[in-house]
Design a protein around this ligand. Structure first.
Ligand SMILES: Cc1cc2nc3c(=O)[nH]c(=O)nc-3n(C[C@H](O)[C@H](O)[C@H](O)COP(=O)(O)OP(=O)(O)OC[C@H]3O[C@@H](n4cnc5c(N)ncnc54)[C@H](O)[C@@H]3O)c2cc1C
Length: 320
């Protein structure tokens, strides 16, 4: 009976991914959590997408390094808190790595915060405030993890992650743990882009701010940022924030508005009326709906304004 049930489950869920030669059987023995066909729709802000063929949450950096040294040559995708990704409906073939609790710690020394890559950047901002460390106010309202924020060079109000990065610890494709200092990282970041190898997984970062006597200035800036967001962006909705990078000359939202796409819909996906560079899952959108709507915007903007909008949101995985 149990075997029949397992077989039924396999035929339902696992079939799209190598049913005969299951990838999970080729995985090394690790201390972290290793699963097969892990649903991902609850692990991203759009609330869409299929499953990860193999899903791994390492116990620590050494576990991740060992894992990478011993896996077959298949694609490895890292997922942070999923606030800047669109996971396609067919899921992610190969291996998806997600850093969980063991990577969430934040420790403070003087004007620096040593953060696990899974620590939330808003928690970084709150910790900095508690310890009278300025320059992290821009993170207030960005819903990502430290690892995701470094990969995206996340920023707001003229500040970016690269400004506060003192050092970065990575696990390379070969499973080597490397620590890179600020001097080596200097030229690795541009607007919402990190040029370090895509295969590298960031496991921790030391972020540097300024020690101040009075934390009230930090508190006021954070509050002002919070209010600005509340006024200008949709809140309490399923979105991945800004969909497109701002091209030279005009913010993306203005171009989208200009070509008449404010409020446009495809299936359950909608262009936010409050901030038209935000796409929203109104409840029953598929990843396909969201991507199609995004592509319609790009086409309209190109036709009418001659500008190629570039996706800021990372589209990952395969169509159904
Ligand atoms: C409401 C809302 C508001 C937002 N406002 C802003 C804003 O003001 N400014 C801004 O810049 N962004 C903003 N964003 C986008 C998003 O929050 C940031 O890009 C964030 O830094 C992404 O972090 P994440 O952990 O969610 O990464 P994910 O979305 O999970 O991943 C993003 C990319 O980073 C990679 N990645 C994730 N973790 C790691 C790791 N440990 N090592 C290596 N690569 C990794 C992924 O592979 C992927 O390519 C907003 C999003 C939302 C939903």
């Amino acid at each position: 009976m149990t075997q029949r049930w397992t077989n039924t489950l396999e035929s339902l869920f696992i079939k799209p991914f190598l049913p005969k030669d299951r990838l999970i059987r080729q995985m090394p023995i690790v201390r972290g959590k290793l699963t097969e066909n892990e649903p991902l729709h609850k692990k991203n802000w759009f609330g869409v997408g299929g499953a990860a063929q193999v899903y791994f949450e390492p116990a620590d950096a050494a576990d991740l390094a060992f894992f990478r040294q011993n896996i077959p040559p298949v694609p490895v995708q890292v997922l942070g808190s999923g606030s800047n990704v669109l996971i396609r409906d067919g899921g992610i073939p190969g291996i998806t790595v997600h850093l969980g609790k063991p990577f969430q710690q934040i420790t403070v020394t003087e004007n620096c915060l040593c953060c696990g890559a899974a620590a939330g950047v808003m928690e970084v901002a709150r910790t900095a405030l508690k310890n009278n460390i300025a320059d992290f106010e821009f993170l207030c309202g960005i819903p990502g993890s430290v690892g995701g924020a470094v990969r995206m060079n996340a920023g707001a109000y003229g500040f970016e992650m690269k400004n506060c990065l003192k050092s970065l610890t990575v696990v390379t494709q070969e499973g080597e743990i490397r620590v890179l200092q600020a001097e080596e990282l200097h030229d690795s970041f541009t607007y919402r882009k990190c040029l370090l190898p895509q295969e590298w997984i960031f496991v921790s970062a030391v972020l540097k701010g300024r020690k101040v006597k009075d934390s009230s200035v930090i508190r006021e800036k954070m509050e002002a940022n919070r209010q600005k967001r509340e006024k200008g962006q949709p809140t309490g909705v399923r979105t991945a924030g800004s969909t497109f990078k701002n091209p030279e000359g005009m913010p993306a939202w203005q171009l989208i508005d200009k070509v008449g796409m404010r409020g446009a819909k495809v299936g359950g996906a909608e262009v936010s009326r409050k901030h038209c560079n935000f796409l929203i899952n109104t409840g029953h959108a598929t990843a396909k709906d969201i991507e199609t709507l995004g592509e319609q915007i790009r086409e309209k903007v190109f036709q009418k304004e001659g500008i190629q909008l570039e996706w800021e949101v990372k589209k990952i995985g395969v169509d159904k």
